[in-house]
Design a protein around this ligand. Structure first.
Ligand code: PBG
Length: 337
């Protein structure tokens, strides 16, 4: 017997709420605001210079003075924080990534300049060694092995140097065991009790980092892969165990990376720990949307804003994204989903 739709649904019709723009706005569960954005910025040495990054259309490497302009832009657009990444000359990179400890290095120079000019914008720095090593790995490499404990000592020292320069949040992305606790101890010993730690708690061994490796010039250097320290993309229980340890060691915030292919991880992490939870919409995710838009396959702004909304829906408190200034500009112009 063929039933009418009202018999099937018992007269429940979900489309009623979707009829009008005003009713959709009224029942909308998630919204994107500029407060949700963290802007990753690439740094180079020198003055008053920018460099394009071929694999990331619209993104440039900036000298510290140009980073100050970016910080002012962030402030004016209501973006709470900037995350910095260095591209230093290859001749300054060595086996142990010792340049990460250089208080006058470009990351620390940019932090000091941005904090002096725009103190109201948060500065997040990474202590991973990959932009500083001659082999492109995040840790100290010996006989083909990434040494955990030696790397932890180095990144903990780097965290203090970055905090001394004025970093507000240390975000270690190198996935060594025990790093959060070691960084917390080092910061506290140095009087930086108020400097926070955003753990890249769940960082997966992902192909979506490709364009970033061009941005920091590690792509050509990297031998092998990062599977012995980053998470296996097949695992989500392992990701929860990483979060559990990092929270116990003193992480103030957690990050999931990459973003869109890992929204299930975001949802599990937020649900399990109720911690401030961020996703990193990584370079490959950015460049896919930009390339698709350049080819006319999709609408850049709509795809970008839908992605932001998806992060919020999954449980993110914020998103690290190269789209941050574009999203904030659209929102300022009154964008509506
Ligand atoms: C490494 C690091 C990576 C990214 C930032 N820091 C991954 C990698 O090169 O293996 C990726 C960021 C992006 O793709 O946007 N510590």
């Amino acid at each position: 017997m063929k039933r009418s739709v009202d018999e099937i649904t018992g007269s429940r019709r979900l489309r009623r709420n979707r009829r009008f723009d005003w009713s959709r706005r009224m029942v909308r569960e998630n919204r994107v605001t500029s407060d949700d954005l963290i802007w990753p910025v690439f740094l180079i040495e020198g003055k008053n210079r920018t460099e394009p990054i071929a694999a990331m259309p619209g993104v440039e490497r900036l000298t510290a003075d140009k980073a100050v302009d970016a910080a002012k832009k962030a402030r004016d657009l209501g973006i709470p924080a900037i995350a910095t990444f260095a591209n230093i000359p290859l001749e300054k990179r060595d086996e142990t990534g010792s340049a990460v400890l250089d208080a006058k290095g470009v990351v620390n120079e940019a932090t000091r300049a941005m904090k002096a000019a725009v103190p109201e914008v948060g500065i997040i720095t990474d202590v991973a060694l990959d932009p500083f090593t001659s082999h492109g790995h995040d840790g100290i490499l010996r006989d083909g092995i990434i040494l955990n404990d030696e790397t932890v000592e180095q990144v903990a020292r780097a965290a203090v140097v970055q905090a001394d320069a004025g970093a507000d949040i240390i975000a270690p992305s190198e996935m060594m065991d025990g790093r959060i606790g070691a960084i917390r101890d080092a910061l506290d010993d140095a009087g930086h009790q108020d400097v926070a730690i955003m753990s890249y708690a769940t960082k997966f061994a992902s192909a979506f980092y490709g364009p970033y490796r061009e941005a920091v010039s590690t792509g050509g250097l990297l031998k092998g892969d990062k599977k012995t320290y980053y998470l296996d993309p097949a695992n989500s229980d392992d990701a929860l165990r990483e979060c559990e340890l990092d929270i116990a060691e003193g992480a103030d915030m957690l990050m999931v990376k990459p973003g869109m292919p890992y929204l299930d991880i975001v949802a599990r992490v937020k649900d399990a720990f109720a911690m401030p939870t961020f996703a990193y919409q990584v370079s490959g995710e950015y460049s896919m949307i930009m390339a698709g838009a350049e080819k006319g396959f999709l609408d850049r702004d709509k795809a970008m804003m839908e992605a932001m909304l998806a992060f919020k829906r999954a449980g993110c408190d914020g998103v690290l994204t190269y789209f941050a200034p574009l999203v904030a500009e659209l929102l300022q112009k009154g964008w509506r989903e």
